[in-house]
Ligand binder design. Structure first.
Ligand code: CAA
Length: 290
């Protein structure tokens, strides 16, 4: 019981009203980002949209772009009106990978001393659900970024690949790990060793993406899914996300144990009482994120 109670403050901390730090101030004043565009979407502004925006280089993921994306993620994480986030790119490219021109002269020492690519992981620490809406190329770091998200929706012309082998390196932002967990060893190994691309249809069949849509409606569909998620209790959504993600880190026994504790913890929330009472009273639940 004590362990269950101990979990709640962690979840609540994320959902607390924003401390007005620099990232949030920048966002609230309509920050002029160089490499991304951010907007609030959905009927009540409940969806945070981040659009990668370096079209001339197919959204190659330079350091500045990742830093801006992290800033936007933090602002949406702290914004109490946002319940879910959509990450997208352009019609031709979600992202064609880490910026090869930026990294080509780096030495081993540079990589080690700067912890190269470690700040990409910020995306995996966001408590609110993130949906990747992938049109066009999701290559190398682009594919890895999509796989850090919680749900991947693909446009029908999307292409996924880990082509690092073709430029003399290997995936460095989780590609060998997350792709293998998503599609199994044989296909992941083939993709990583050949650099071959997976079509949206093959990616869906392999379990990498959950749904495919026409190019022009993809982002709207992702926003609608995010809006649906955002209409649920934020605290329960965060708990559910934590529990599903634990499946990638734990044994089945450990994962089931954690799930049970998290399930019990929902009974300490007002929203569980409201949700079940609303069901019994045959009305729509009015969640307060408490
Ligand atoms: N980094 C930097 N610039 C890139 C880029 C990248 N990853 N991908 C594309 N660009 C640039 C090109 O250099 C080109 O710029 P210029 O006009 O200044 O020459 C512009 O984007 C358009 O690209 P192309 O002319 O090549 O367009 P295309 O339609 O002929 O080909 C493509 C498209 C197949 C995606 C091709 O650009 C390509 O193969 N890109 C590289 C893909 C890749 O290897 N990604 C992995 C990067 S390594 C990585 O991501 C490591 C990691 O794990 C984090």
């Amino acid at each position: 019981m004590a362990a269950v109670r101990a979990l709640l403050p962690r979840v609540r901390a994320v959902l607390r009203p924003p401390a007005r730090g620099p990232a949030l101030r920048a966002f609230a004043s309509g920050a002029n980002f160089e490499y991304i565009i951010t907007e609030k979407k959905g009927k009540n502004g409940s969806v945070g949209l981040i659009r990668l925006n370096r079209p001339k280089v197919l959204n190659a993921l330079c350091n500045g772009l990742i830093e801006e994306m992290n800033q936007a993620l933090e602002a949406f994480e702290k914004d109490p009106t946002v319940g879910a986030i959509v990450l997208t790119g352009g019609d031709k490219a979600f992202a064609a990978g880490a910026d090869i021109k930026e990294m080509k002269n780096q030495t081993l020492q540079d990589c080690y001393s700067s912890n190269f690519l470690s700040h990409w992981d910020r995306l995996t620490q966001v408590k609110k659900p993130v949906i990747a809406a992938v049109n066009g190329y999701a290559l190398g770091g682009g594919c890895e970024l999509a796989m850090m998200c919680d749900i991947i929706y693909a446009g029908e012309k999307a292409q996924f690949a880990q082509p690092e082998i073709l430029i003399g390196t290997i995936p460095g932002a989780g590609g060998t790990q997350r792709l293998t967990r998503a599609v199994g060893k044989s296909l992941a190994m083939e993709m990583v060793l050949t650099g071959d691309r997976l079509s949206a249809q093959d990616a869906k069949q392999a379990g990498l993406v959950s749904k495919i849509f026409p190019v022009e409606t993809l982002v709207e569909e992702a926003i609608q899914c995010a809006e649906k998620i955002a209409s649920n209790s934020k605290i329960i959504v965060a708990i559910a996300k934590e529990s599903v993600n634990a499946a990638f880190e734990m044994t089945l026994t450990e994962g089931n144990k954690l799930e049970k504790k998290l399930f019990y913890s929902t009974f300490a929330t007002d929203d569980q009482k409201e949700g079940m009472t609303a069901f019994v009273e045959k009305r729509k639940a009015n969640f307060k994120d408490q």
